[in-house]
Design a protein around this ligand. Structure first.
Ligand code: HEM
Ligand code: SF4
Ligand code: SF4
Length: 527
């Protein structure tokens, strides 16, 4: 059921990501920077808000006048700041909603990810409340409309002794205290949201909270340009003696107001309740399948910390050695934070398929599919692999689909994340002549389902991050493609070209393992 909802959304996001990829360099793609853009908008809102607040007067008549002064008399500074404040707030809604829907479409909200999801839902609500109080403070006709519809809606709840909508019945009933309350809420709620955003990121390591500089400059320049050519203006002073005529509605923060105004209160409250419960229960809706989390095997852990450094979800910590082995520390997995991506396995120096002397047990492993299982799969899938230019492809469950491959010279193994593959497997496949070439593929660049699988794989292959792919591995026999689900054409082209390239290579020499090398490897593997 959920998949029926997710699949079309994923299709749209994949195409949008692909389309934007034609305009932006991969790391600038806005679709891959939604969270970071959210923070960027937040900082613009804060800076412009502080400036505007310096000129804002709280009071029934002063509020509108002070904003008019900013907009018209000081249009070049406070006016621009007001517009920036407005447009960055709209931008925040756009990127936040896209981020929200995208995380859902990518199935990144279940299991241990419930934490980011639920804190995200609360932030979403707080951002809306903050925006609505902002519109209220201007005290123009739109504010009057917002005030009346909101208070009448709130009055359907039996929580206020007296109906609060009464404050807006006539001019003499409105007090400046109400404005002070709005100002307080408009400052306090974003602050609470910021604290929650910090909580939101507690379970992801190295979160990307700043967009790339070029993208940030582009966004800032666009907002400035928009502020200059289309400044934010008020819609005539509020007048409680009159019912506001036609008003321009803000479609970012207030799209539901016409519904609140027209439908009966119990129905709208009921609807809001159902949507809230649905949003909050989404992480626990079926299908619920808990994949076993990563497990440490202390006998094989030398405390090197690589797994802890590479885990994208802060699920591994290092603690003082507890088993008497002569190492300083040992890895410990927190099961409540592990998404079972396997990236830690790919990082572990003991997860090498070359180990033959003893049973292949690595320092850290996924019980559902261990390194030993993976080695067995490689050997099995390549056993009857005859012919020329044989390619073994390692891919991930979330990247480009590898099913229905036409080329007879290609076999594939799919994993939870490509980051699960220790680089020594590439060496193993090529040096043992299981295949003539290896392809690594997965989610598109900067869009890895498990956040760092593609990035760490790139760095390991480029020998910039441990465990490094050994120098002796012939790079001309390796191809890497980060293409995402929409990249099947790219994969087919790469496989065709790679086949031709392999055919053009001189015949390979016999396996490169010297006895001394092999011994060194075993020592390293056994810690
Ligand atoms: C102003 C609002 C928000 C901001 C600035 C924000 C920012 C971020 C950032 C920076 C990340 C880390 C991304 C990365 O480095 O991979 C993140 C992750 C996440 N966000 Fe948000 N977020 C916001 C609202 C939301 C909302 C409304 C939801 C959904 C209800 C949500 C759901 C998630 C989830 C599920 C993750 C974890 C993704 C994963 O497990 O890889 N966020 N957010
Ligand atoms: S499986 Fe993934 S989330 Fe779990 S400990 Fe390993 S790297 Fe971290
Ligand atoms: S990478 Fe392997 S050896 Fe290193 S600390 Fe983690 S489990 Fe231990």
């Amino acid at each position: 059921m959920m998949e029926l909802l997710r699949a079309p959304l994923r299709f749209v996001f994949d195409r949008a990501e692909q389309g934007l990829g034609l305009i932006f360099p991969p790391e600038w793609n806005p679709m891959l920077n939604l969270g970071a853009l959210g923070f960027f908008f937040y900082w613009i809102i804060t800076a412009s808000g502080i400036y505007v607040y310096a000129f804002f007067d709280t009071g029934v008549t002063q509020a509108y006048d002070s904003i008019e002064y900013m907009t018209h008399d000081q249009w070049y500074a406070a006016g621009v700041m007001r517009s920036l404040h407005r447009y960055a707030s709209d931008g925040l809604i756009v990127v936040m909603l896209l981020h929200f829907i995208r995380e859902f479409s990518l199935d990144r909200y279940r299991g241990v990810r419930w934490f980011s999801w639920i804190t995200g839902v609360v932030v979403l609500i707080l951002v809306y409340i903050a925006g609505i109080t902002g519109y209220w403070m201007v005290w123009d006709q739109l504010a009057q409309y917002v005030a009346i519809v909101t208070t009448e809606w709130l009055d359907h709840l039996p929580i206020f002794g007296e109906p609060i909508a009464r404050n807006f019945l006539s001019p003499d009933m409105l007090e400046s205290r109400f404005f002070s309350l709005m100002v307080f809420m408009h400052i306090a709620i974003p602050l609470i949201a910021l604290i929650l955003l910090w909580v939101h990121l507690q379970r992801v390591s190295k979160p990307r909270i700043n967009p790339p500089r070029g993208l940030a400059i582009g966004v800032m320049a666009s907002l400035l340009l928009l502020s200059l050519i289309h400044p934010a203006v008020s819609q005539g002073p509020a007048d409680l003696a009159r019912v506001p005529g036609t008003i321009g509605l803000d479609w970012f923060y207030l799209p539901l107001y016409p519904i609140l105004e027209t439908l009966p209160g119990p129905l709208t409250w009921g609807g809001a309740g159902v949507i809230l419960v649905l949003f909050c229960s989404i992480p626990w809706l079926p299908p619920m399948r808990k994949t076993p989390v990563a497990e440490v095997n202390l006998e094989n852990c030398n405390g090197c910390t690589r797994c802890a450094n590479d885990c994208p979800y802060n699920a591994i910590s290092m603690r003082v050695r507890s088993d008497g082995l002569p190492f300083e520390s040992e890895a410990v997995v927190d099961p409540s934070m592990c998404v079972s991506c396997g990236i830690c396995v790919g990082a572990c120096p003991t997860a090498t398929p070359f180990r033959r002397a003893s049973e292949l047990v690595s320092g850290i492993d996924l019980p559902e599919r261990t390194v030993a299982d993976l080695r067995q799969e490689v050997e099995k899938i390549c056993q009857p692999f005859k012919g020329k230019n044989r390619i073994l492809m390692f891919g991930c469950n979330h990247g480009v689909s590898m099913s229905g491959l036409k080329q007879e010279n290609v076999r594939s193994i799919s994993m939870r994340c490509i980051g699960q593959l220790p680089p020594s497997f590439i060496d193993y496949v090529l040096s043992k002549k299981f295949a003539d070439g290896v392809v690594l593929t997965g989610c598109s660049e900067n869009s890895c389902h498990a956040r760092f699988g593609a990035r760490w794989t790139d760095a390991r292959v480029a020998r910039e991050r441990d465990p490094q792919l050994r120098r002796r591995v012939p790079r001309e026999r390796l191809r890497v493609l980060w293409a995402g689900r929409a990249g099947r054409d790219k994969l087919d082209t790469l496989l065709r070209n790679f086949t031709d390239d392999l055919a053009a290579l001189p015949a390979e020499k016999s396996p490169v393992h010297k006895a001394s090398e092999r011994k060194k490897l075993m020592e390293l593997a056994d810690g």
